[in-house]
Design a protein around this ligand. Sequence first.
Ligand SMILES: NC(=O)c1ccc[n+]([C@@H]2O[C@H](COP(=O)([O-])OP(=O)(O)OC[C@H]3O[C@@H](n4cnc5c(N)ncnc54)[C@H](O)[C@@H]3O)[C@@H](O)[C@H]2O)c1
Length: 517
Amino acid sequence: MEVREVGVVGLGTMGAGIAEVFARGGLSVTAVEADRDALARGMSILGSSLGRAVSRGKLTEDEHAQILGRVRPGSAMTSLSGADLVIEVVPEQLAVKRQVLAELDQVLRPTAIVATNTSSLSVTTIAAGSAYPGRLVGMHFFNPAPVMRLVEVVSTVLTEPAAGQAVTALARRLGKTPVQVTDRAGFVANALLLPYLNHAVRLLETGYATRDDIDLAVTAGIGLPMGPLALLDLIGLDTSLAVLQVLQREFGGTRYTPAPLLRRLADAGRTGRKSGSGFYDYPAQSPPAAGSPAGQRAEPPPPGTVTLIDPATAGARTGAAERAGPHSERAAELASLVAVAGISVTRNPVHPTDLVIVAVGPQGGVLGPATAAGRAADAVGLHVAAPGLAEIVPTPLTSARALAHAGALVARLGLPAVRSADRPGLLAGALLYPHLRDAVAMIGDGYATASDVDTVMTLGCGYPRGPVRMLAEAGVERAAEVLAAMHAGYGDPAFAPPPLLIEYVRGGLSPLAHGAR
Ligand SMILES: NC(=O)c1ccc[n+]([C@@H]2O[C@H](COP(=O)([O-])OP(=O)(O)OC[C@H]3O[C@@H](n4cnc5c(N)ncnc54)[C@H](O)[C@@H]3O)[C@@H](O)[C@H]2O)c1
C-alpha cells in the first residue's frame, strides 16, 4: 500500500523532527498534540528547524514554504481519520501510548497503519492493547530525525506482513535505512546506548570526573561526535530515564539501574535542551558552552625537567638498573612526546624535579609506583588515549602544585586533557570498554549480528565507526584486560569480559570476521 497522508501524534523532541521528515518526503502531514499550547510549541520547533536549514543554504525559501505548507495542525484525533499511517510519538509510558492507540482505534480506517516510535517498550504489548494489533509496527527514528538515517523497524508476531513491508518501504522512500530488529527492550541502539550514558552520569555523580572532562574524554579520546552528558540533554533526561527503567525491568543489573542524579534532574524538570537546562544550560537553545579542559586552563609554565616512572619496569629493577634498563613501549612513547616538547626527562627518582610522571596504562595504578619511588606528592599518572587525549591521573596524595605542573606540561604537549580518578579504565576507557562489552554480549547472545550493531550505531547515533570496528581497533586483548581490571576492581559482573570476547582473545580472532561495517 502506498502511504500518502500521514498523522503524527505528539510534536515534542522527536515528533516535530518526524513530521519534518514526512513533509520533506512530500507526504501530507496532520499533527495532533495534547493541547493547543503544546501544538503551537511543536509547530514552532518544526518551523525553527526548517528555518535553520534555510540559513545553512540547505533549503530555499520556496521549499521551506512548501514543506511547512504540507503540515497541518490538527485540532483533535478525528482530524486523522483520512490518514494512511499514523505514528505515535507521545511520552515513553505504556499507559499514555495505550490511551492514544485506543483513541486512534475509534477514528482510523481499519486498513490504516499505526506506527509507534517507542524506544524501549514492547511493541507486542503496545499492539496487544489495540483493537487492530495486526496493523501496529515499531518505526523507531533517531534523534535528530531529519539527520539520522536509521529507522529500526519492529514487526511483532501479531503484525500483518503487509504493514511491516509498507513501513519498510516508506522509510526507504524518505531516504532512511530501515533495519529489521526483534521486539526486545531497547531494540539494538538504545540497549547499547543507554547503559553507556547512564554510566557517564554515575562517573559524574561519584566525583570520578567533571562534566566537561567526561564529554571531552569521549569526543577527543574515543572520537564520538558528542559527549554522553550533552547527548543525554539532546535525548531528554525524562525520556532517557523512562528507557532505562524499561531496560532495568527487562535485563536487571547495575548498567541499567538509573543513576540517582539522572532521576533527580529529571524529577526537577531539568530534562535537557527541551526545558532549557539539563547537565548544561541552554539559555537561548544554543549548543552547550564549550568545556574548559585541563590542558587549556591558565597554568604556570611547564617544568624544565620531569621524572618519568615506568610502572611496567619499576619494581622489577632498582636504583641504577632501573635507570639503565629499557622502557616499556608506552613509557618510551611518553618520554619522546615530552622530549619533543622541549622538556627534559630523567628516570632518576631522587633527582629533584617538580613533577613525576607515572606512565600509567589504561588499567590505572599510579599510587603504588609513585609511593615506591618516595615521590607520591609530586606524582601524577599520565596516559595518552587515542586519537589524541591526555588523561591526567592524580592520586589522593598528589599536591596541587604537581597537578598544576602536569596541566602545564600537557598544555605544552598540545593535547586536550582531562583529569581522571585513578581507577581501572581511567576515564575514556571506563566509558568505552563496557560499551564495547555490551555490544559483544549482544552479538554473543545471538540478538544482533556484528554488522547490524555497527550499522545501527553509525546510522542511528552518528558514530564514525561502529562498536565492533572500535573493538577491533582497540584490540580484543586490551579490551579484555581493562574489563577484567574493572571487574576485579568493582566486583560488578556487568564489567566481566563476555564469553565471546574471551573466545576472540583465545582464538586470536578479529571481531570484524563476524561481518561488521
Ligand atoms: N528523545 C529521543 O531522543 C527519542 C529518540 C527516539 C525515540 N524516542 C521516543 O519517542 C517518543 C517521544 O519522546 P520525546 O523525547 O519526543 O518526548 P517529548 O516529551 O519531547 O514529546 C512528547 C510529546 O507528546 C505530547 N503528548 C503527550 N500526551 C499526548 C497525547 N495524549 N496526545 C497527543 N500528544 C501528546 C507532549 O505534549 C509532548 O509534546 C517516546 O516513545 C520516546 O521513547 C525518543
